[in-house]
Design a protein around this ligand. Sequence first.
Ligand SMILES: Cc1cc2nc3c(=O)[nH]c(=O)nc-3n(C[C@H](O)[C@H](O)[C@H](O)COP(=O)(O)OP(=O)(O)OC[C@H]3O[C@@H](n4cnc5c(N)ncnc54)[C@H](O)[C@@H]3O)c2cc1C
Length: 388
Amino acid sequence: MKSDVTYDLLIIGGGISACVFASKFLNNNNTKKVGLIEIGRGLGGRSSTRMSKKYKGWKLNHGSPNFNISNSKNNLLLKRYIDELLKNKYIKIDDSDKFFLNEDSNFETIKESEFSCGVNYLSLDSMSDLSKKIIESNNLKEKIDFFFETLIVDMKFNDKEWLLTSKNGDKFKSKYLICSTNLLLHKRSLKILNVNQIPLRKAIPINTDKKIDLILNSLEEQTFIPRLTFLIYTNENYSYKDYYSKKQRYFYLKNNLENKYRFERIIFQLQDNNKLGIVVHSKNAELINSFVSLKDEEVFKQKIITNFNKLFEGNSLVNKLTFDEKISIMKWRASQPSGLAVPLSLQFSSKYRIGFCGDWFEGDGFGRIEGSILSALILEKKIKDVFK
Ligand SMILES: Cc1cc2nc3c(=O)[nH]c(=O)nc-3n(C[C@H](O)[C@H](O)[C@H](O)COP(=O)(O)OP(=O)(O)OC[C@H]3O[C@@H](n4cnc5c(N)ncnc54)[C@H](O)[C@@H]3O)c2cc1C
């Protein structure tokens, strides 16, 4: 047993939705005992930052580099929360350059992308720091027990109490449970966790709660986009051709160009020591498969640089790379949900004392940070009455 404590509330996952939920919940329920369990080494999840042990001093946002809020329904809960983050100086409006490259690699005037519509925001520090600051606001950090590098593989609901088991055999008990990830609800868990039944289905038998059945049914129709991100640590003297000095600069590739180069987006990220990091995103299946099947990673990295140089040939802002840069690769098995989004009405089951949040819920922000934040704020409101 990890501890004898029965938590009032346990949260599985430490991404941005879990952090938003935890901070709001604790603000309203100051005396409750809360624990957060995360398989990673820190907070942030898919909006986190690689601080390489190998390449010292570099901090590269290797998941979501920033975030955009469209809020087309003018949701006040979301608006007020973003205002709060702005006021606390955790984020600022992202007025970085954004370029859209057309099939001839020229700049395009029509600017649209699911990641740039609405208002764009940037964390004042790194993306991982944003999640940390949200949790640390009002000294909330001290009020949560964190269990990092802990993978939950099994869940049981016994007599009004949740019992979770980690891969290492640690046990956790709680009165209420929040899943900020849908891994334990989705068929991909069978392979990833090496279990023979979806953990939530095992915990809650069919036909005992309509909401749970509906949520599991809708997730059958939800798939995940895999992505590769290439983190390029450029050489000391690498710079832009012009004198741009903002923290980030984005290049989006229009469809035909994306097919040609297999890159989706390229983000230049200025480091504290003035070096220029480059993160290249790809969701091209062919490229992902060739990476998986290719034995020699070095050959693959050279291909990435060749493509980068071809793409920016003759570009007025970007210099070519010299092939001696260091590159690391991040393989996102499930970077973004796609297909059917889960209705927000299924977010909370009072019978089983379980709630859900994350970017896998319906709305403008489906598959984006906007959805993660909004679903966490809505869930916190729903659970508020229960804890009165
Ligand atoms: C490469 C990439 C680029 C992106 N670009 C953008 C963008 O430009 N704009 C945008 O808005 N969004 C973008 N996104 C999507 C955005 O990152 C996500 O929508 C958001 O970060 C999801 O946050 P979350 O808290 O809902 O989920 P997550 O960040 O996935 O948090 C869930 C956490 O749960 C943990 N976990 C899962 N299962 C278990 C378990 N069994 N036990 C313990 N821990 C567990 C995971 O490790 C994870 O940290 C991008 C994502 C990627 C990967």
